[in-house]
Design a binder for this molecule. Structure first.
Ligand SMILES: Cc1cc2nc3c(=O)[nH]c(=O)nc-3n(C[C@H](O)[C@H](O)[C@H](O)COP(=O)(O)OP(=O)(O)OC[C@H]3O[C@@H](n4cnc5c(N)ncnc54)[C@H](O)[C@@H]3O)c2cc1C
Length: 316
């Protein structure tokens, strides 16, 4: 059995303590959350931190709740996958999160793996990155000087890389709640509990009269250009997240643009899937050939959009 190389170990008791430890031990220190990604990488010598800073005692970062003014869903970085799956409030406002969590790994991994660990691992096949990209979430990063917020689509800077700098922690993910929204996640893997061959998440906001009550969709709050049409069945805005197919920032911006203001017909949703697939850059690997992944990107985007539109219509 492989064992990790020698490593110092510190157990943080508060967020401030964790940040102080990160500052003390410098860039060769790594946060240990659930350890489901980090420890296997250490065994393979793909990661060789000098110090592990264990944040499992930080229950202050383990929650799924509404913001005080009810405008956002707040998910603490130390929330376990299983806790997000169990959180009624998450499923009520964003069923995409429950769709995704149901197909992430297996119950054992979900019991201990964390939302923050998944996002910070930044695996190009990671499911929640696509789900939060579709929802146009915001990441809250803390350091000893305070906190900063980063849009989900600017959080990942490349495979296994994020904007979280040495000395910083991902603390929370915030998702704006806008009336008229519906969301869904679709994944194809080689077997139950496996990483995706490809997966797509969709969030749509319908205009008033289309089943939604027409709030301002995320990213369109200040002077944004909502479509004028208030025709029944019109998509005001959409978010599409893709994973494992080389989509830029885990999203499909061109397909989202195409959908804004378009009628929510099946023809539109199929075309959006095609556009999303056209802008992916999948690579062939042990999970499947690139052309199959591109095919899945189109098909799964369309399926996720169909379910998201259906849910948005029923939500009103
Ligand atoms: C068998 C198996 C199957 C899996 N299948 C899937 C799947 O189908 N889909 C999927 O998306 N994932 C899958 N995963 C990945 C799993 O979801 C992640 O391994 C896990 O959730 C990562 O979270 P963690 O808490 O274990 O992170 P850790 O392994 O503890 O940390 C991962 C990285 O993030 C950093 N980090 C952790 N938390 C923070 C924080 N708050 N701030 C800053 N940096 C932080 C760590 O330093 C490390 O670099 C699978 C994993 C396994 C073992």
């Amino acid at each position: 059995m492989q064992v990790p190389a020698y490593v110092e170990y510190e157990r943080a008791t508060t967020v401030e303590h964790a940040l102080t430890l990160l500052a003390r031990f410098g860039p060769e220190a790594r946060i240990l959350a659930g350890g489901h990604s980090l420890v296997p990488m250490m065994k393979l010598r793909l990661a060789q931190p000098e110090t592990l800073i264990d944040i499992n005692a930080l229950t202050e970062l383990a929650y799924v709740r509404l913001a005080d003014d009810g405008s956002e869903l707040c998910v603490g970085a130390m929330t376990r996958h299983a806790e997000l799956l169990d959180a009624t409030v998450a499923g009520k406002y964003f069923p995409i999160l429950h769709d995704a969590e149901r197909v992430i790994a297996d119950p054992v991994v979900r019991l201990w793996g964390t939302v923050g660990g998944s996002l910070c691992q930044a695996d190009p096949s990671e499911d929640l990155s696509a789900a939060f990209a579709a929802l146009k979430a915001t990441m809250v990063i803390v350091n000893l000087a305070g906190r900063r917020t980063v849009p989900a689509r600017q959080f990942h800077t490349g495979p296994y890389e994020t904007v979280v700098a040495p000395g910083e922690l991902l603390a929370e993910i915030r998702v704006p709640i806008v009336p008229g929204g519906g969301s869904a996640y679709e994944k194809v893997g080689r077997r139950v509990g496996d990483w995706p061959i490809a997966a797509a998440g969709a969030a749509v906001w319908l205009t008033a009269g289309a089943g939604g009550s027409g709030g301002s969709p995320p990213g369109k709050r200040s002077g944004g250009s909502l479509p004028r049409a208030s025709t029944a069945g019109t998509i005001a805005a959409a978010g599409i997240g893709l994973t494992a197919v080389g989509a830029e920032h885990f999203s499909a911006a061109q397909a989202e643009e195409f959908l804004a203001g378009a009628p929510a017909t099946d023809e539109t949703l199929i075309r959006a899937g095609q556009i999303a697939a056209e802008h992916c850059r999948p690579v062939s690997d042990q999970r499947g050939p690139a052309d199959y992944k591109r095919h899945l990107a189109a098909e799964l985007t369309t399926r996720a959009l169909r379910r998201a539109v259906g849910r948005a219509s029923r939500a009103s």
